[in-house]
Design a binder for this molecule. Structure first.
Ligand SMILES: *[C@@H]1O[C@H](CO)[C@@H](O)[C@H](O)[C@H]1NC(C)=O
Ligand SMILES: *[C@@H]1O[C@H](CO)[C@@H](O)[C@H](O)[C@H]1NC(C)=O
Ligand SMILES: *[C@@H]1O[C@H](CO)[C@@H](O)[C@H](O)[C@H]1NC(C)=O
Ligand SMILES: *[C@@H]1O[C@H](CO)[C@@H](O)[C@H](O)[C@H]1NC(C)=O
Ligand SMILES: *[C@@H]1O[C@H](CO)[C@@H](O)[C@H](O)[C@H]1NC(C)=O
Ligand SMILES: *[C@@H]1O[C@H](CO)[C@@H](O)[C@H](O)[C@H]1NC(C)=O
Ligand SMILES: *[C@@H]1O[C@H](CO)[C@@H](O)[C@H](O)[C@H]1NC(C)=O
Length: 430
């Protein structure tokens, strides 16, 4: 998620006056741990009931939350599903103050179940329900979407090291937004070894827990989820792990590296490889995080921590269908050529959707529509939110319809420019 510019950070720091003093390794299983709205450790005022884009699928939508104890901490899973809400029910308001059409705890619509499962991993420092239009739209198209409240959601903090913040500002201005975020969150990323110490584990736990609940006759998901047809999507850091876990992109450490790349304490973290850290060193193989239960993936604005020289080589091991969806703002969206290398390197069917005048936050409506956070976005990036949201919704639903449900009618949508906001639409091997 977080591609925050320094000025915004300063503004928020001053406005809220403090960081929450929560350690990244809070071991409480208390359901109130890791809750509330904010960007990582920064608490933010939510928007006040700002409407988001309506879903385009035929089903009503429900949303519900379930908190589990995992590795000694509370991990909340957020389910979006086809539902039959009562006519007079009021829509759910997200933690970020966004309102859509989903109704909290509405009864499941059993008419077309079991529904395929889409696992969703939010961006760094983003809360689980911050992607209201995107997740509710997939549910309205007949999927059960499970989004994860990752440890970083309310715990990732921005470094206080001045030189790292200056580097981050220089990198962001030059369009090196991936390095900018790594510098900005230097301490958090170093301590969590590029999130390898918790994100893959939380994602696997979410998938296992959801699959298990379909065979539990006192669970609301009993018999309602088609666990043979599983897709995955994620935004930003969640997009990186979508490529690694769902796509099977290996993290190779067998090539010649410099002492800097292998020094976990080197001050400029963006120069350090994941191979420098024990969490990668003790993996049994470069492919160890791959979960072959996942059949198709949509990384949204995915960055990478792999060396740029290894990207094409690692991407070549993605053999399942994948679709990249990204905005085009050079200084406020994940570096496009990194995403393009993965799209062009993938061995299976691969799609590229780039959206015009769009920044990193649009798909995460709790952040993109938040008045405080969007104050610094350009007028062009703020214009026509609904049209840009429609691009995310149209192609993500058509992609999973075609590759997860096997709905052949969706093929035409995948090859048609649906809007003037589609800047580039590409496909390979399909
Ligand atoms: C940020 O988080 C790291 C890792 O949990 C911690 O060591 C550090 O003290 C935190 N800094 C601030 C300013 O909260
Ligand atoms: C864990 O987090 C909760 C809620 O933020 C807090 O009340 C509690 O003191 C924390 N526990 C530890 C051991 O840090
Ligand atoms: C999840 O399930 C897989 C397959 O059954 C198993 O290998 C793995 O250990 C499980 N992981 C967790 C975190 O429960
Ligand atoms: C089955 O689901 C119920 C209700 O959600 C829950 O209380 C119970 O722990 C679940 N059983 C197992 C084995 O997970
Ligand atoms: C692998 O590394 C992680 C992160 O440092 C650590 O939590 C885990 O215990 C290690 N596992 C083994 C088998 O050494
Ligand atoms: C990209 O985003 C930055 C930061 O929000 C903004 O200043 C800039 O004007 C945007 N670029 C365009 C072309 O809109
Ligand atoms: C198949 O896909 C098309 C186009 O995306 C959609 O209009 C139609 O409703 C889908 N059919 C089913 C059965 O999901």
């Amino acid at each position: 998620m977080a591609l925050i510019r320094r000025s915004v950070v300063d503004l928020l720091t001053v406005a809220t006056c403090f960081f929450l003093g929560v350690s990244a390794f809070n071991t409480s299983c208390d359901a109130t741990f890791n809750t509330g709205f904010g960007l990582g450790a920064i608490t933010l005022p939510p928007a006040s009931n700002i409407p988001t884009a309506d879903p385009i699928g035929p089903y009503g939508v429900g949303v519900s939350f379930e908190t589990y104890c995992f590795q000694g901490r509370g991990v909340t899973l957020n389910y979006w599903y086809p539902a039959l809400p009562a006519a007079d029910s009021s829509p759910y308001v997200s933690a970020g103050g966004i309102v859509g059409k989903a109704v909290k705890d509405a009864p499941v619509d059993p008419s077309s179940g079991p529904y395929p499962l889409i696992l969703f991993s939010p961006g760094l420092a983003a809360v689980d329900d911050a992607y209201y239009f995107y997740t509710q739209n997939l549910a309205s198209n007949g999927y059960i979407v499970v989004s994860i409240q990752h440890l970083d959601a309310r715990n990732a903090n921005i470094t206080t090291k001045e030189f790292a913040l200056i580097l981050a500002a220089i990198d962001a201005a030059a369009g090196n937004t991936i390095d900018a975020v790594i510098e900005e969150y230097t301490d958090f990323f170093r301590e969590t070894q590029y999130a390898l110490t918790y994100r893959p584990q939380e994602i696997e736990f979410a998938l296992n827990q959801t699959i298990q609940s379909t065979t539990n006759n006192s669970s609301p998901w009993y018999g309602i989820i088609d666990t043979d047809n599983i897709g995955m999507s994620g935004h930003s850091l969640g997009g990186f792990y979508t490529n690694i876990i769902g796509g099977g992109m290996p993290i190779y450490c067998d090539y010649l590296m410099t002492p800097t790349q292998l020094n976990p304490n080197y001050p400029v973290l963006s120069d350090v490889s994941p191979c420098a850290f024990p969490a990668r060193q003790n993996m049994t193989s470069p492919f160890a995080l791959h979960d072959s239960r996942i059949k198709a993936i949509i990384p949204l604005a995915a960055p990478t921590f792999l060396a740029r020289t290894q990207l094409a080589r690692s991407a070549a091991r993605i053999t399942i269908p994948m679709m990249t969806i990204t905005g085009d703002n050079r200084t406020a969206e994940t570096t496009a050529w990194v995403q393009r290398d993965v799209y062009e390197g993938a061995a299976g069917p691969s799609y590229w959707v780039q959206i015009r005048n769009t920044n990193h936050y649009l798909v995460a409506d709790s952040y993109g529509l938040n008045p405080v956070l969007s104050a610094s976005a350009s007028a062009g990036d703020k214009a026509d939110f609904l049209d840009k949201a429609a691009v995310y919704m149209t192609y993500s639903a058509a992609f999973f319809d075609y590759y997860v449900k096997g709905n052949k009618t969706a093929y035409a949508t995948l090859h048609t420019m649906s809007s003037s906001y589609v800047k580039e639409l590409g496909s390979r091997n399909d």
